[in-house]
Design a protein around this ligand. Structure first.
Ligand SMILES: [Fe+2]
Length: 250
Protein backbone atom coordinates (compact mmCIF):
# COMPACT_ATOMS: atom_id res chain seq x y z
CA UNK A 1 0.00 0.00 0.00
CA UNK A 2 1.36 3.40 -1.01
CA UNK A 3 1.85 5.75 1.87
CA UNK A 4 -0.07 8.96 1.36
CA UNK A 5 0.14 12.08 3.51
CA UNK A 6 -3.09 14.09 3.59
CA UNK A 7 -2.53 17.63 4.83
CA UNK A 8 -6.08 18.95 4.47
CA UNK A 9 -9.26 17.34 5.75
CA UNK A 10 -12.28 18.11 7.91
CA UNK A 11 -12.44 14.88 9.84
CA UNK A 12 -13.16 16.32 13.28
CA UNK A 13 -16.88 16.15 14.11
CA UNK A 14 -18.98 19.00 15.51
CA UNK A 15 -16.49 21.79 14.76
CA UNK A 16 -17.14 23.02 11.20
CA UNK A 17 -18.91 21.87 8.02
CA UNK A 18 -16.94 18.60 7.99
CA UNK A 19 -17.96 15.36 9.68
CA UNK A 20 -21.33 15.79 11.36
CA UNK A 21 -20.98 13.06 13.98
CA UNK A 22 -18.36 10.66 15.36
CA UNK A 23 -19.71 7.89 13.12
CA UNK A 24 -19.07 9.97 10.01
CA UNK A 25 -15.64 10.90 11.27
CA UNK A 26 -14.82 7.22 11.87
CA UNK A 27 -16.03 6.30 8.41
CA UNK A 28 -13.89 9.03 6.89
CA UNK A 29 -10.87 7.81 8.83
CA UNK A 30 -11.40 4.25 7.62
CA UNK A 31 -11.75 5.44 4.00
CA UNK A 32 -8.55 7.47 4.23
CA UNK A 33 -6.72 4.51 5.75
CA UNK A 34 -7.96 2.17 3.04
CA UNK A 35 -6.77 4.63 0.41
CA UNK A 36 -3.24 4.47 1.80
CA UNK A 37 -3.13 7.53 4.04
CA UNK A 38 -0.68 6.98 6.91
CA UNK A 39 -0.20 10.58 7.99
CA UNK A 40 -3.27 12.78 8.32
CA UNK A 41 -3.54 16.40 9.33
CA UNK A 42 -6.98 17.48 10.56
CA UNK A 43 -7.60 21.06 9.46
CA UNK A 44 -10.90 22.43 10.80
CA UNK A 45 -11.94 25.82 9.50
CA UNK A 46 -11.39 29.06 11.34
CA UNK A 47 -13.43 31.79 9.67
CA UNK A 48 -14.92 34.89 11.23
CA UNK A 49 -18.70 34.79 11.53
CA UNK A 50 -18.88 31.28 10.13
CA UNK A 51 -16.57 28.81 11.88
CA UNK A 52 -15.24 30.20 15.13
CA UNK A 53 -14.86 27.01 17.18
CA UNK A 54 -12.16 27.72 19.78
CA UNK A 55 -8.86 25.82 19.64
CA UNK A 56 -9.63 24.21 23.02
CA UNK A 57 -12.77 22.58 21.61
CA UNK A 58 -10.88 21.52 18.51
CA UNK A 59 -8.17 19.99 20.67
CA UNK A 60 -10.74 18.08 22.73
CA UNK A 61 -12.29 16.62 19.58
CA UNK A 62 -8.84 15.76 18.29
CA UNK A 63 -8.01 13.91 21.54
CA UNK A 64 -11.23 11.95 21.11
CA UNK A 65 -10.32 11.12 17.50
CA UNK A 66 -6.94 9.79 18.66
CA UNK A 67 -8.69 7.40 21.04
CA UNK A 68 -11.11 6.20 18.35
CA UNK A 69 -8.26 5.80 15.84
CA UNK A 70 -6.63 3.15 18.02
CA UNK A 71 -8.88 0.55 16.44
CA UNK A 72 -6.92 0.82 13.17
CA UNK A 73 -4.66 -2.20 12.90
CA UNK A 74 -1.76 -0.29 11.42
CA UNK A 75 -0.75 2.95 12.96
CA UNK A 76 -1.77 6.20 11.29
CA UNK A 77 -0.08 9.37 12.46
CA UNK A 78 -2.70 12.01 13.23
CA UNK A 79 -1.86 15.69 13.48
CA UNK A 80 -3.87 18.81 14.20
CA UNK A 81 -3.76 22.14 12.44
CA UNK A 82 -6.41 24.51 11.06
CA UNK A 83 -7.50 25.98 7.76
CA UNK A 84 -7.32 29.72 8.34
CA UNK A 85 -9.55 31.94 6.28
CA UNK A 86 -7.69 35.16 5.53
CA UNK A 87 -9.76 37.63 7.55
CA UNK A 88 -9.56 39.77 10.70
CA UNK A 89 -9.74 36.75 12.98
CA UNK A 90 -6.70 35.17 11.36
CA UNK A 91 -4.92 38.53 11.47
CA UNK A 92 -5.54 38.69 15.23
CA UNK A 93 -4.21 35.16 15.65
CA UNK A 94 -1.10 36.00 13.65
CA UNK A 95 -0.46 39.14 15.68
CA UNK A 96 -0.85 37.15 18.90
CA UNK A 97 1.37 34.32 17.61
CA UNK A 98 -1.55 32.02 18.26
CA UNK A 99 -1.49 29.84 15.16
CA UNK A 100 -1.65 26.06 14.86
CA UNK A 101 1.04 25.12 12.36
CA UNK A 102 1.25 21.85 10.46
CA UNK A 103 3.24 19.19 12.26
CA UNK A 104 6.31 20.55 13.98
CA UNK A 105 7.10 22.92 11.15
CA UNK A 106 6.01 26.52 10.62
CA UNK A 107 3.54 26.03 7.76
CA UNK A 108 0.01 27.42 8.01
CA UNK A 109 -2.83 26.37 5.72
CA UNK A 110 -4.68 29.47 4.54
CA UNK A 111 -7.68 29.90 2.31
CA UNK A 112 -9.19 32.83 0.47
CA UNK A 113 -12.66 33.71 -0.76
CA UNK A 114 -13.87 34.58 -4.23
CA UNK A 115 -13.71 38.25 -3.20
CA UNK A 116 -9.96 38.33 -2.59
CA UNK A 117 -8.01 39.92 -5.42
CA UNK A 118 -4.60 38.74 -6.57
CA UNK A 119 -3.06 41.70 -4.75
CA UNK A 120 -4.88 40.69 -1.55
CA UNK A 121 -3.57 37.15 -1.81
CA UNK A 122 -0.03 38.34 -2.48
CA UNK A 123 -0.22 40.73 0.45
CA UNK A 124 -1.39 37.94 2.78
CA UNK A 125 1.43 35.66 1.63
CA UNK A 126 3.98 38.37 2.33
CA UNK A 127 2.39 39.27 5.68
CA UNK A 128 2.30 35.68 6.88
CA UNK A 129 5.95 35.22 5.91
CA UNK A 130 6.92 38.40 7.73
CA UNK A 131 5.39 36.87 10.86
CA UNK A 132 7.73 33.91 10.49
CA UNK A 133 5.29 31.41 9.05
CA UNK A 134 5.36 29.51 5.78
CA UNK A 135 2.07 29.91 3.88
CA UNK A 136 0.40 26.95 2.21
CA UNK A 137 -2.45 28.20 0.01
CA UNK A 138 -5.45 25.84 0.13
CA UNK A 139 -7.18 24.68 -3.07
CA UNK A 140 -5.43 27.09 -5.42
CA UNK A 141 -7.68 26.06 -8.30
CA UNK A 142 -10.74 27.71 -6.76
CA UNK A 143 -9.87 31.38 -6.74
CA UNK A 144 -11.34 33.55 -9.49
CA UNK A 145 -8.53 36.09 -8.96
CA UNK A 146 -6.01 33.55 -10.21
CA UNK A 147 -8.08 31.66 -12.72
CA UNK A 148 -6.37 31.28 -16.06
CA UNK A 149 -3.15 32.91 -14.94
CA UNK A 150 -0.32 30.50 -14.14
CA UNK A 151 1.87 33.62 -13.97
CA UNK A 152 0.00 34.83 -10.90
CA UNK A 153 0.35 31.44 -9.20
CA UNK A 154 4.03 31.47 -10.08
CA UNK A 155 4.35 34.95 -8.55
CA UNK A 156 2.83 33.65 -5.30
CA UNK A 157 5.37 30.82 -5.24
CA UNK A 158 8.16 33.32 -5.88
CA UNK A 159 6.87 35.24 -2.87
CA UNK A 160 7.26 32.18 -0.68
CA UNK A 161 3.90 30.42 -0.88
CA UNK A 162 3.46 26.70 -1.19
CA UNK A 163 0.47 25.55 -3.22
CA UNK A 164 -2.14 22.92 -2.34
CA UNK A 165 -4.70 21.48 -4.76
CA UNK A 166 -7.77 19.35 -4.01
CA UNK A 167 -7.91 15.77 -5.27
CA UNK A 168 -11.58 16.21 -6.15
CA UNK A 169 -10.85 19.11 -8.47
CA UNK A 170 -8.35 17.02 -10.43
CA UNK A 171 -10.98 14.29 -10.72
CA UNK A 172 -13.53 16.73 -12.09
CA UNK A 173 -15.83 16.84 -9.06
CA UNK A 174 -15.97 20.64 -9.25
CA UNK A 175 -16.66 20.69 -12.95
CA UNK A 176 -14.84 20.37 -16.22
CA UNK A 177 -13.33 23.86 -16.28
CA UNK A 178 -11.80 23.55 -12.83
CA UNK A 179 -10.37 20.15 -13.75
CA UNK A 180 -8.76 21.63 -16.86
CA UNK A 181 -7.34 24.54 -14.89
CA UNK A 182 -6.02 22.13 -12.26
CA UNK A 183 -4.28 19.99 -14.85
CA UNK A 184 -2.76 23.07 -16.43
CA UNK A 185 -1.23 24.11 -13.11
CA UNK A 186 0.02 20.58 -12.47
CA UNK A 187 1.68 20.35 -15.86
CA UNK A 188 3.42 23.65 -15.22
CA UNK A 189 4.78 22.31 -11.89
CA UNK A 190 2.97 25.02 -9.93
CA UNK A 191 1.57 22.70 -7.25
CA UNK A 192 3.38 21.32 -4.20
CA UNK A 193 0.70 19.31 -2.41
CA UNK A 194 -2.46 17.42 -3.38
CA UNK A 195 -4.80 16.75 -0.48
CA UNK A 196 -8.32 15.43 0.01
CA UNK A 197 -10.06 18.40 1.68
CA UNK A 198 -12.58 15.69 2.50
CA UNK A 199 -15.61 16.70 4.55
CA UNK A 200 -17.75 13.56 4.78
CA UNK A 201 -17.98 10.04 3.34
CA UNK A 202 -20.61 10.82 0.71
CA UNK A 203 -20.81 14.37 -0.59
CA UNK A 204 -17.14 15.32 -0.26
CA UNK A 205 -15.30 12.04 0.26
CA UNK A 206 -11.56 11.44 0.07
CA UNK A 207 -10.60 10.08 -3.34
CA UNK A 208 -6.86 9.98 -3.00
CA UNK A 209 -6.37 6.54 -4.51
CA UNK A 210 -8.31 7.50 -7.63
CA UNK A 211 -6.46 10.79 -7.72
CA UNK A 212 -3.10 9.02 -7.53
CA UNK A 213 -3.92 7.10 -10.71
CA UNK A 214 -4.95 10.25 -12.58
CA UNK A 215 -1.94 12.18 -11.30
CA UNK A 216 0.41 9.49 -12.60
CA UNK A 217 -1.02 10.07 -16.05
CA UNK A 218 -0.77 13.86 -15.80
CA UNK A 219 2.66 14.32 -14.23
CA UNK A 220 4.19 10.83 -14.01
CA UNK A 221 4.74 8.51 -11.05
CA UNK A 222 7.60 10.40 -9.41
CA UNK A 223 5.78 13.72 -9.32
CA UNK A 224 2.56 12.03 -8.23
CA UNK A 225 4.41 10.69 -5.20
CA UNK A 226 5.97 14.11 -4.60
CA UNK A 227 2.51 15.68 -4.49
CA UNK A 228 0.86 13.04 -2.30
CA UNK A 229 3.72 12.03 -0.03
CA UNK A 230 7.18 13.56 -0.38
CA UNK A 231 6.29 17.25 -0.37
CA UNK A 232 3.75 16.93 2.45
CA UNK A 233 6.38 15.07 4.47
CA UNK A 234 8.79 17.90 3.82
CA UNK A 235 6.23 20.36 5.14
CA UNK A 236 5.98 18.25 8.28
CA UNK A 237 9.74 17.75 8.19
CA UNK A 238 10.45 17.87 11.87
CA UNK A 239 7.99 15.05 12.37
CA UNK A 240 9.32 12.84 9.63
CA UNK A 241 12.98 13.88 9.59
CA UNK A 242 14.78 15.30 6.59
CA UNK A 243 12.82 14.46 3.50
CA UNK A 244 13.26 14.41 -0.26
CA UNK A 245 13.23 17.75 -1.99
CA UNK A 246 10.11 18.99 -3.74
CA UNK A 247 9.89 17.86 -7.31
CA UNK A 248 6.86 19.97 -8.11
CA UNK A 249 8.42 23.02 -6.56
CA UNK A 250 8.11 25.50 -9.40
FE1 LIG B 1 -10.89 22.75 3.61
Amino acid sequence: MTKIVDLHCHILPYVDDGALRCEESDELLEMLFQQGVRVLCATPHLRKGMFETPDEEIQAQFADLLKRADRLGERMTLLLSREYHCDDLFRERLEAGNVLCMGAGNTVLMEFSSRHTFEDILSWVEGVRQRGYSPLIAHIERYPALNGSPEKVSALIQSGAKIQMNAGSILGREGFRQALWSKRLLKKSLVHVVASDSHDPELRPPELDACMKVLRKIVGSDDAMALLRDNPIKILSRIEGDSPLCKQSG
